[in-house]
Write a protein that binds this ligand. Structure first.
Ligand SMILES: [Zn+2]
Length: 139
């Protein structure tokens, strides 16, 4: 949770002028490298709780500071526990607008297959930043 608090402290700071924050969680990948499925599940459950906390805090921040945020959740690569190494399989990807309505599709689960059937479909990692710049320039 320390990373989440540090992240929030930095995006709360409007004086610094930051308009982009990146929170990377490495432990889940490390558990997969160790082929420790139980640890990986436990870590993902902790990540779920942290994301819930972050989403609520960013919503509060958007209301207090009258700001808009894009929250993006994805993985930088896959690391199947059975393989114990990185693979080049697709990763799930979701974008959430905070302080504005970005619209929604019918996807209710955050997993590779469900997300690939959403309104964003499948795309290359090199398309992520241009996509986010396009969306953020529209609000
Ligand atoms: Zn790795």
């Amino acid at each position: 949770m320390a990373k989440a608090c540090y992240f929030l402290d930095n995006i709360k700071d409007t004086v610094s002028g930051y308009n982009f924050g990146f929170l990377h969680i490495k432990a889940v990948d490390d558990a997969a490298h160790d082929r420790d499925a139980d640890l990986r599940v436990a870590l993902l459950e902790r990540v779920d709780r942290m994301l819930d906390y972050l989403a609520k805090e960013i919503e509060i921040l958007a209301n207090i500071q009258e700001r808009k945020f894009l929250m993006v959740l994805t993985g930088d690569h896959t690391t199947p526990v059975a393989l114990g190494d990185h693979s080049c399989d697709p990763v799930p990807f979701v974008i959430h607008g905070v302080g504005f309505d970005l619209g929604a599709d019918n996807v209710k689960e955050f997993d590779e297959l469900s997300c690939s059937l959403g309104s964003l479909g499948r795309f290359r990692g090199s398309e992520v930043m241009p996509l986010l710049k396009t969306i953020s320039s529209s609000f």
